[in-house]
Write a protein that binds this ligand. Structure first.
Ligand SMILES: Cc1cc2nc3c(=O)[nH]c(=O)nc-3n(C[C@H](O)[C@H](O)[C@H](O)COP(=O)(O)O)c2cc1C
Length: 345
């Protein structure tokens, strides 16, 4: 790994300033629907005590019609700094939801303007806001008026290759009052395919004065450093790279602060983390948590001979005990020595 360039070091020596909020880390854990619940965030937080966390995206219209906050919006004071992310297309509902988010303890309110999923875009939310910049602008203005914490936006570079509108769009969000923008370097049409085009993030950084966070394909410390160097962004946000690997944000943070690479956890440590994750999900959500844990468990079980077979079993666990037994047996086996997994396993 190359040492950090002097200009990047100078940038990183300052806290990340999101409006009035100062965050002592330049790497953020992204919002991930179905993944970044409180249980997952606690694991990430253990290794990255100063990084910004995000909840899963919360439907603002849904909030308007219920009295009780959904569990995905629950945050704990020990989790700060934390952002609650909202999605919708109605400025009034989003403003109302933002007030609830702040009452729950959000340090910032983030508006999702990047989700590509049809169910969301056909109702005017997520990335479809890239095609309705007037509405997006009104949303930011209304939410900024409603709350006294910084309001931020997470979006993509455009709808498709014919409509890469991010430069104009990002500027409009800044002018409307957004205090930070995270840019996922893909179009909506790309979904999660192809490469993230960091060159667009570099261009956004050129035209904005608020912090710009680079997102897309940050799967390693090396990628995080490359993205920061190539884009000049104020920070990076890790997403799929944290699947089954809640260590990533902490590893990047540690490197950016010290220039030192932490040793990667070995398969036993990863499976111990999987065990803890499963048990905590069960404690927090009951049997529903066990079902949700299946995907996490299969993400953890990687990198050793026998992992593919183990993943098959883990993807079917019905009870917490069944999952714990499978993991314990795997750890016992690994403790007697393990071989690295073949690429195709
Ligand atoms: C399963 C899944 C759920 C996601 N949920 C959200 C979400 O709730 N809010 C959001 O802004 N982005 C969400 N994203 C997008 C990621 O935060 C991120 O922008 C994207 O994965 C690109 O980064 P990557 O290439 O490093 O994964 C999700 C992505 C995935 C794969």
């Amino acid at each position: 790994m190359l040492p950090l360039s002097p200009s990047l070091q100078a940038r990183l020596s300052q806290p990340l300033k999101i409006g009035s909020l100062e965050v002592k880390s330049r790497v953020l854990q992204s919002p991930l629907s179905g993944v970044t619940d409180m249980v997952f965030r606690r694991l990430v937080r253990r290794y990255a005590p100063e990084s910004m966390m995000y909840t899963e995206m919360v439907n603002a219209t849904g909030l308007h019609y219920v009295r009780q906050l959904p569990k995905i919006m629950e945050v704990d004071p020990s989790e700060r700094p934390i952002s609650i992310q909202l999605f919708d297309c109605r400025p009034d509902f989003l403003a109302e939801a933002a007030v609830k988010a702040v009452a729950e303890g959000a340090d910032t309110v983030d508006i999702n303007m990047g989700c590509p999923v049809n169910k969301i875009t056909k109702n005017g939310g997520g990335s479809s806001l890239l095609r309705q910049p007037d509405v997006a602008e009104a949303i930011v203005q209304e939410v900024v008026k409603a709350v006294d914490v910084p309001v931020t936006v997470k979006t993509r570079i455009g709808w498709n290759d014919q409509e890469i509108t991010i430069l104009d769009f990002a500027k409009r969000m800044e002018d409307a009052g957004a205090q930070m923008i995270t840019v996922h370097g893909r179009t909506r049409a790309q979904g999660y395919n192809g490469n993230a085009r960091w060159e667009w993030i570099a261009q956004v950084k050129q035209v904005l004065s608020i912090p710009v966070i680079g997102n897309g394909d940050i799967f390693s410390v090396e990628a995080a450093v490359k993205c920061l160097e190539q884009t000049g962004a104020d920070g990076v946000m890790c997403s799929r790279g944290t699947f089954g690997y809640p260590f990533l944000v902490g590893e990047v943070d540690h490197f950016l602060k010290t220039g030192e690479l932490l040793p990667a956890p070995n398969p036993i440590q990863r499976m111990e983390c999987a065990r803890e994750h499963l048990y905590a999900l069960w404690e927090y959500k009951g049997d529903r948590g066990v079902h949700q844990a299946r995907k996490h468990l299969t993400w953890y079980a990687k990198g050793f001979v026998g992992a593919a077979e183990l993943r098959g079993h883990l993807s079917l666990v019905e009870t917490v005990q069944q999952g714990l037994d499978l993991i314990d047996r795997a750890i016992e086996k690994l403790a007697t020595g393990y071989e690295p997994e073949d690429e195709e396993n």
